[in-house]
Write a protein that binds this ligand. Structure first.
Ligand code: CMP
Length: 140
């Protein structure tokens, strides 16, 4: 399997509860490497731009409000099959459906406040990484 990079976001519900280290331990234990990282406060407009594919969904406004409600940690994870591996470690979008031991099963409060985001495919990973990072910011 090829080495890939994917975008990971630790969301405001998790930064608020001081869970950044516990969440990143799960990624690192699964063999993913954090090759770029920053903690930022998004504006609602920036959150809206990042999640523009969901603009027509009924939860879009709530999602943008939440993602700008506190700091997030944006990071690039690298590893073999990193896109799928990240999604496996995160667990299902709705924590009620997430497998035991996954980040969302252990830490997430609800489908909206679900602690982490991860890119879902190679094209979105590339777009999402470039939304936050220049090539020189990523050190493997
Ligand atoms: P994420 O992986 O960041 O991608 C889009 C986000 O929309 C998703 O995680 C959820 O946090 C959020 N989302 C999906 N479905 C709902 C919903 N029914 N209500 C509120 N937020 C949702």
């Amino acid at each position: 399997m090829a080495t890939e990079r994917t975008l990971s976001i630790i969301k405001p519900d998790a930064t608020r509860r001081n869970l950044t280290g516990k969440i990143n331990a799960k990624f690192e234990d699964a063999g993913l490497r954090i090759v770029a990282q920053k903690r930022v406060q998004l504006t609602k407009a920036q959150a809206g731009e990042f999640y523009r594919v969901h603009a027509e969904r009924p939860f879009y406004d709530e999602l943008c409000e939440f993602m700008s409600s506190g700091p997030v940690v944006v990071q690039v994870l690298e590893g073999e099959g990193a896109i799928a591996k990240n999604r496996e470690v995160m667990g299902a979008t709705n924590p009620a459906d997430a497998d035991p031991g996954t980040i969302r099963a252990e830490f997430a409060d609800s489908v909206g406040e679900n602690s982490v985001h991860g890119s879902d495919a190679p094209e979105t990973a590339s777009d999402e990484i470039s939304y936050f990072f220049a090539g020189r910011d990523i050190v493997g």
